[in-house]
Design a protein around this ligand. Structure first.
Ligand code: GAR
Length: 199
């Protein structure tokens, strides 16, 4: 078991924050990992309510702050953040931030990458594309973040079966349920393996 102090996780989110909510619930009272900070690039993001519910500090950093990332890095370092997870975060992560947290940033994407990834492929756009293609399988992917949208090393994928009559909203709901089930345990294993020197 880890001998270091607790890992300090930051969640980056742009939207409603249902994944952030599950992550906060999962790590509440965890012996080795705590959610220490939530950052959002959208002032009115629902994730601020989630943060309040869990008593976790949340900070709004506008789009400009993410360009060269200096301000973001300062905030993360001042909160002694060790790991970062993206949960519906829609801006690209700039290289200086990736370099400041090498191998310590992961993302969840609502499709089976490499299908339906890349710039502009997020949220409902993904599920609409899956529907338009007539796919009967979709799923979710958890991957490391690198400088290219949705191209980092894949850590975990899970499929979901679709029916022909599923709407994009129905597909989104099925995939989101899988995200809620798997993201937190995958984050836990990812961090603990690193703390135990296995990754
Ligand atoms: C999730 O489905 C997540 O996979 C997706 O945004 C949704 C956020 O939901 N992320 C992307 O599309 C990133 N490319 P939430 O705010 O309820 O967690």
């Amino acid at each position: 078991m880890p001998s270091e102090p607790k890992a300090r996780l930051a969640i980056l989110a742009s939207g409603g924050g249902s994944n952030a909510n599950k992550i906060c619930q999962y790590f509440n009272a965890h012996p080795f990992i705590e959610v220490s900070l939530i950052l959002s690039n959208r002032k009115a993001a629902g994730v601020f309510h989630i943060a309040e519910t869990h008593g976790i500090e949340a900070i709004y950093l506008p789009k400009e702050a993410w360009r060269d990332a200096q301000q973001v890095k300062d905030v993360l370092h001042s909160h002694r953040i060790t790991h970062i997870v993206l949960a519906g975060f829609l801006l690209q992560i700039p290289a200086p931030l990736i370099n400041a947290f090498p191998g310590r940033i992961i993302n969840i994407h609502p499709s089976l990458l490499p299908r339906y990834g890349g710039k502009g492929m997020y949220g409902h756009h993904v599920h609409e594309a899956v529907k338009a293609a007539g796919d009967l399988i979709s799923g979710m992917t958890i991957h490391e973040v690198n400088e290219h949208y949705d191209e980092g090393k894949i850590l975990f994928q899970e499929e979901v079966s679709l029916n022909e009559e599923d709407s994009p909203e129905a597909i989104a709901s099925k995939v989101l349920q899988e995200e809620h089930t798997y993201y937190s345990p995958v984050i836990e294993k990812w961090i603990l393996d690193q703390m135990n020197g296995e990754a």
